[in-house]
Design a protein around this ligand. Structure first.
Ligand code: NAD
Length: 392
């Protein structure tokens, strides 16, 4: 099959196995290239392990700390006329590299919210991994079915309280327009918290404790975002922000719960980056295009892998972990630097379809977006016939 990108709105419905392997291998090479082997976690479960921050965490854990991993994700294998999803191909490439390097790399594909997949994961862990000293919870999902009540919740990206208008960009055409988003109802807020808040993270920790799979000194991480004022109404003060507040509160509750294991739960506030999840948020891709240019010019640009490697260097530096006053690890420290945000504000005030090529870097945004699906790599021959049926 000759595989080309098919972009529909903010997703690409095809993925390229060789290109996804290139994307993963570049991340592995980055971690190896740091030349550092951290004395950190050795047995790790990553939930949401196939793309974005979760995949980068898994790579940094294995190649930066020497960790054996089980990875859980929700991806689709190839069928007769469709490629697999990028996360499927990413995982195949990761597993191959990790196993060749002598590490355990086992994976489960299914719905992390379900009881069935929790049980299957615990079983696999008992067989292949044993007690873990670290859990990464990096799920970004549009909906969740509660395993106890059977109720299905949907998450929405909307402001809270009042309608919000700002500029946004159509990433494919480069046209900047105004967008107005109506506020979420109470019910939509509640449902978003159910999907993207900390409830399922807590259930996982409980399930691991019940199965006697938590080692002494266990740590667990989930990821959050704060961002600048221009995105507050749609992000931090919107429905997703309510869910992140819940996630951050869950970290405190879990730290109390983990006392018997001398354990700790953290939220790491990560940088805004192009991922499948962030592409879906209005306003944010325009902000990322501007941020990308400014951080590149200042030599501060990082992708998921640079963020996660630096995060583990902080988490496992030894001694007290550096956090903000609310106990959060701040990997958005460079993004939120005053000099960076001042330039963002100045650019934002002037941004339009005409000024975007000068004030932002939409080309890099598009390039990163294509990379997520294994496209746009010079090293890959996209005219070559490839087998989309990759086995895990
Ligand atoms: P992503 O879309 O790249 O990854 C989501 C992962 O969740 C994938 O591995 C996917 O397979 C998995 N997943 C989705 N539904 C699932 C389900 N039902 N069961 C099991 N796995 C499921 O997203 P991302 O941007 O890496 O986001 C991960 C976390 O990082 C989220 O909490 C997000 O809010 C946070 N974060 C993202 C950014 C950003 O700019 N992208 C910034 C800060 C924090």
């Amino acid at each position: 099959m000759i595989i080309k990108p098919k972009i529909r709105g903010f997703i690409c419905t095809t993925a390229h196995p060789t290109g996804c392997a290139e994307h993963v291998n570049r991340q592995i090479a980055y971690v190896k290239g740091t030349g550092r082997k951290l004395d950190g976690a050795k047995k790790v479960l990553v939930i949401g392990a196939s793309t974005g921050y979760g995949l980068a965490s898994r790579i940094a854990a294995t190649f930066g700390m020497g960790a054996d991993t089980v990875g859980l994700f929700f991806e689709r294998p190839a069928s007769d006329d469709r490629t697999a999803t990028a996360g499927w191909y990413n995982t195949a490439a990761f597993e191959q590299a990790a196993r060749e390097a002598g590490y355990v790399a086992e994976s489960i594909n299914g719905d992390a919210f379900s009881q069935e997949i929790k049980e299957a994961t615990l079983k696999l862990m008992k067989e292949k991994l044993g007690k873990i000293d670290h859990l990464v919870y990096s799920v970004a999902a549009p909906r969740r079915t509660d395993p106890v009540t059977g109720e299905t919740y949907a998450s929405v990206l909307k402001p809270v309280g009042q309608a919000y208008s700002n500029k946004t960009v159509n990433v494919q055409t480069g046209v900047v327009t105004d967008v107005t988003l109506e506020p979420a109802s109470e019910e939509e807020q509640r449902q978003t918290v159910k999907v993207m808040g900390g409830e399922d993270w807590s259930m996982w920790v409980e399930a691991l404790a019940d199965a006697d799979l938590l080692a002494d000194g266990f740590t667990t991480l989930a990821y959050s975002y704060i961002g600048p004022k221009v995105t507050h109404a749609i992000y931090r003060e919107g429905t997703i922000g309510r869910a992140k507040d819940h996630l951050e509160q869950t970290a405190h509750d879990l730290t109390t719960r983990l006392k018997p294991y001398n354990g700790r739960a953290y939220v790491s506030v990560n940088k805004a980056l192009v991922t499948q999840a962030s592409s879906a948020i209005p306003v944010v891709p325009l902000y990322i295009s501007i941020l990308y240019k400014i951080m590149q010019e200042k030599g501060l640009h990082e992708g998921c892998i640079e963020q996660m490697q630096r995060m583990y260097e902080r988490l496992y530096a030894g001694g007290e972990v550096l956090t903000d006053e609310r106990g959060r690890i701040r990997m958005d420290d460079w993004e939120m630097r005053e000099d960076v945000q001042q330039l963002v504000d100045e650019a934002w005030a002037q941004i339009s379809t005409e000024t975007l090529p000068e004030l932002g870097d939409l080309e890099s945004y598009r390039q990163e977006f294509l990379h997520l699906f294994g496209f746009g790599f010079d090293q890959v021959d996209y005219e070559a016939d490839v087998n989309p049926n990759v086995q895990l």
